[in-house]
Design a protein around this ligand. Sequence first.
Ligand SMILES: Cc1cc2nc3c(=O)[nH]c(=O)nc-3n(C[C@H](O)[C@H](O)[C@H](O)COP(=O)(O)O)c2cc1C
Length: 413
Amino acid sequence: MADAFSPVQIGPIGLRNRFIRSGANEMMVKASLPTRSLLELHRAIAAGGTGMTTLAYIAISRDGRTFSEQGVIDDRAVPHYRAITDAIHAEGAKASAQITHGGSFVQHKELSTRRAMSSSGGIDKMGVMMGRVFQRQMTRADMDQIVGEFVAAAERAVAAGFDAVELHMGHGYLLNQYVSPLSNKRTDEYGGTAANRIRYPAEVLAAVKRAVGDRIAVLAKINLLDGVAKGATVDDAIVTARALEAAGADMLVLSAGRNIEASWQIFGSPMPYDDLAAMQGGLLAKLQFKLLKATTPKNLAFRELYLLDAAKKVRAAVSTKLGYLGGVQSLEGAETALDAGFDAVVMARALVHDPDIVNKFRADRSHHSQCTACNRCVAVMYGPAGTYCPVVDNPIDVALNQIPAGEDIRHAA
Ligand SMILES: Cc1cc2nc3c(=O)[nH]c(=O)nc-3n(C[C@H](O)[C@H](O)[C@H](O)COP(=O)(O)O)c2cc1C
């Protein structure tokens, strides 16, 4: 049986064990700079025994932010992120930066262009709520610019002491807007077949890999399936994984679902739409959540390792390192995934619920997460404290809530 506590090599970096904290938007950012809450959270996750922790959802540019209050990895942010990676390293873990561009998901008013851009033009489903009715199809010049922004972001991640970057190609953000046929309607060599749809994200990854070389690992988070009719399928994911392997990915993290069309598919359990509607003002947002609730499959019951069957099909098709993600809640679950050939397990909610869970697995093989997959952590994400588990009072959440927002963290490590 695989040993979840054995070290693993991911490209140029070595992890002390097989547990990775998945990128799960912390919302612990002020004026696009990370706060001390973010530092203390990741310090706690690292002290809790994970091999690598991922800082979620950092925008590659100000225009690439989905929300105003989202971290941006610009020059000014480098020393702030350095304080966090120093704190993570002091606890013996590695640090990864998930870097992303929202594409047509951009929902802030400070966008420097009239329309948000995406793989294709058409109605801007997110922008429409703030008066941007249409999005525009990216030109070659736009595509080159975004490649450059991903490369510059990865270079800054190196400068900030990260051990890895994870390019977000899932859940509906810009690079996924190329991969998924739900948003990619292009008729050139970047649209149509699965091989064409992954072409641009693979170009981005290859450019990042060329730039950073062996200084850090380059990961990508991809969708196994979108989970809705006419969306990307597992067969598409096999094509995607092969293309990213050829482009030089050091590891792929396998996820699923789309934020708008199938958020329940990301989590394997229904979203708390009533809580989400209560957290977000505006009639349109409330109506949107009502609609999403109506389109969620009935009788959707969470089960541990809910993406394993789909993930195994990709495992059989590529030899690159793969991180299994989706409902890991116990050491037995982690070992089942590792025995199926995955190189690491990637966990979000079990670690939101308890940052110390890896140490608990080590102390007691039978320890099982008490996370109920209610997804209320997603609803509270937009509140003043950022992401935490509202079901339990764990010591780190209590401590984080006492940290003043926006405190300078450069000397806190
Ligand atoms: C509060 C919260 C925020 C999340 N934010 C992100 C994110 O910023 N980027 C991302 O790729 N996935 C995000 N996710 C999805 C998780 O990374 C993961 O794919 C999903 O929760 C399934 O893994 P799990 O069963 O271990 O929780 C988020 C999940 C949660 C619970």
